[in-house]
Write a protein that binds this ligand. Sequence first.
Ligand code: ASP
Length: 439
Amino acid sequence: MSLKVCKFGGTSMADGNVMNAVKKIILSDESRRYIVVSAPGKRFGGDVKVTDLLYACYEETERTGACGSAFAKIRTRFESIVKELNLDMDISSVLDETECRLNREKSRDFTASRGEYLSARIMAKLLGAKFVDSEDVVFFDENGRLDSEKTYKAIAKAVSGAKLAVFPGFYGTDVNGKVKTFSRGGSDISGAIVARAVGAGLYENWTDVSGFLACDPRIVENPRRIKSLSYKELRELSYMGANVLHSESIFPVRKANIPIVIKNTFRPEDEGTTILPISQYKPEGNVVTGIAGKKNFVVILIEKSHMNNEVGFVRKVLSVLEREGVSVEHIPSGIDTMSIVFETEQAEGYKLERVLEGIKDECEPDVIRVMENVALIATVGHGMSSSIGTSARLFKAMAEANVNVKMIDQGSSELNIIVGVKNEDCDRCIAAIYHEFFR
Ligand code: ASP
């Protein structure tokens, strides 16, 4: 029987009731053996996630030297979970130790990581499972990237002989022995790392939705659910804003061809969405798999006669951006023109001015223009490469919705078409493309 790694997200940890439902899910299948958990999420609209409370704790520590009143909220939250679960666990002592260490370490990452730590301690107790602290088994290298070899070995060793083990998601240890977190939503990555380390047959990611939808339900009412996706499609869609799963989660599992399934803790019988390597992926016959969009990009448009003959021109432009530490998303180009696309937060105000001045001085373009407040919309699907007329349909739908196309970029894999539109046209554009392909 191939084993499963299950990651439960914040809403699956929100209170004692849901944690009991999680326990039932885990115990209903013997192959669910290694569990990764997030910090408790929102219990109702307007509630605050534990991780956000912890960031507030850190701010209080910065301001006053200790995290007294902000930590009180964390304390109440975890004490009530233990009470709801009727668990024989001395959570007060664990919380006391945690508060002491927070005040001692005064580290933003360490503080943020305690939500996962505490929920994993409780979940391990609830299941009678081994608790494995990610601090002892997940390691980052000197560049802040996962030290995969060391991590996989440590995890495999930690679980050997354990029938059931629980890991806190979201964090590990850096080269200086300090706790470091992944980016927000990073427990998904932790789950993928554990799946890879133990050679899982399946990585189940339990959340509060029944899988990926073909587009954002806040834009189109009741969009179609995607039954299966390839790793590549997932990466494109989640990178572009479909936030069911962290876009980095595929890297650990992809090399080992471990499928991921997105499941709903609140509707466990729903089939969910399965994410598979391309070799195992069976398209559902749709041209387009999904559409996702992200707002707030900047586009720099550069024109220079004979640009194409000038050896090193692109390098010169990019070296200005590199010097300013700007990470570039896309570089669509034409004869004598190129555009550079990056997220607005990468270069605002003076930094953007410096980038523009640098390009003017060092590359001497004939024309340089800036377009701000641009949204990028990715239409993604393996079916697109073999289906004639896809882009015609896409652009016709946009024209009919009166959306002006600012930029077009088609990836070389023909897996996606990315269009740039004004921020304010973004939702209308997504809806128009959705209706064209899923009508
Ligand atoms: N608790 C962290 C966050 O809110 C990590 C996670 O939930 O995956 O971002």
